[in-house]
Write a protein that binds this ligand. Structure first.
Ligand SMILES: [Zn+2]
Ligand SMILES: [Zn+2]
Length: 328
């Protein structure tokens, strides 16, 4: 390990800590023309005279959003390399933040996973180790196939929403209204819908199976991944769901928890708790947005494609009968 280490597999890309900036000779020997600073410090501008310079102001903590900067930092690195010069990516230690940005670049350039990219960097600089939060952001970047505008990607938006929930939990607050992701407002229409969930009293559609949050009691979990359809065991008195647009008036109030009323008949159909909620099966779900099974009916979806013949689906008549019985 040197003051600055060349990334194996990429000509002219270097990683280092803060100190290297004062080593003019080393920078000159490496033909550095572009410097990407990934840190939140007052930097002496004179250190960067003569370089193309980009600053991404983040701290080395798990919940910093470095992900939103990857497309721009990747472009900066690529432009520097294209210009024929050398690119230095640095943070304070050359360990976490700078390594994260270099990994994001290698992923996009070589179509490799975050851990493969990390191994590649560590050949030159063994101390490189993005913090846990940055590693999971790199996983999201991988999952979204390293897009040029990550903001538009649903996986990114869901991550942003989850992050808001976690930040809120840490300080005992509800998420800000404009940060809540109402999943049905982003539906792409291609998701498989097994069944609809309707208000038992007035039949108003409340959710479809695609918005269920899978969860399961611990002993079931050990037998493998739980799909949303098997996560609704008889022991569970609730369905957990994503925020849905009919919940807007309630969820946007900024309360930590509350009740959910059917928007049509005002019957209490569920409840929510941003901090999380324990299902009757024992599992905790965060955030907990639940519909009580005793207040809703499941209706086989007519658009269901995966379940075979029409005989499996409940005809509308029988669905009506179910709700009729409930009124007795
Ligand atoms: Zn449960
Ligand atoms: Zn209703």
């Amino acid at each position: 390990m040197a003051l600055l280490d060349r990334i194996p597999g990429v000509e002219n890309l270097y990683i280092g800590g803060l100190f290297v900036l004062r080593r003019k000779v080393a920078l000159k020997e490496a033909n550095i023309t572009h410097v990407l600073s990934v840190l939140r410090l007052p930097l002496d501008e004179r250190l960067f005279s003569g370089f193309e310079h980009m600053v991404v102001e983040v701290d080395d903590v798990d919940d910093e959003n470095l992900l939103e900067h990857f497309p721009a930092t990747n472009r900066f690195i690529q432009n520097g390399l294209n210009s024929g010069g050398g690119v230095l990516v640095h943070c304070a230690m050359g360990k976490s933040r700078s390594a994260t940005c270099v990994i994001a670049y290698l992923m996009q350039k070589h179509h490799i996973s975050p851990s493969e990219a990390l191994l590649q960097i560590r050949q030159a600089r063994p101390l490189c180790e993005p913090n846990e939060g940055f590693m999971s952001q790199l996983e999201i970047f991988h999952e979204t196939r390293t897009p040029d505008n990550v903001e538009d990607d649903p996986a990114y938006q869901r991550w942003l929403y989850r992050r808001e929930i976690e930040l809120g939990r840490a300080c005992g607050q509800a998420p800000e209204a404009d940060k809540i992701r109402f999943e049905d407002e982003h539906a792409n229409g291609s998701a498989a819908v097994d069944f609809d969930i309707r208000c038992r009293k007035c039949r108003r559609p409340l959710a479809t199976s695609q918005y269920l949050i899978p969860h399961a009691p611990k002993q079931v979990e050990e037998h493998g991944p739980i799909s949303s359809s098997t996560a609704t065991k008889a022991t569970c008195a609730h369905y957990f769901v994503d925020p849905l647009s009919w919940m807007r008036p309630e969820l946007e109030q900024g309360k930590l928890d509350g009740r959910l009323e059917c928007p049509k008949c005002r019957t209490n159909v569920g409840k929510y708790a941003w901090q999380g909620m324990q299902c009757s099966c024992g599992d905790w779900v965060v955030p907990g947005i639940s519909l009580a099974k005793g207040r809703i009916d499941e209706v086989k979806s007519r658009t269901s494609g995966g379940l075979g013949g029409a005989g499996i689906r409940l005809p509308p008549a029988s669905a009506t009968r179910c709700s009729g019985q409930e009124n007795l």
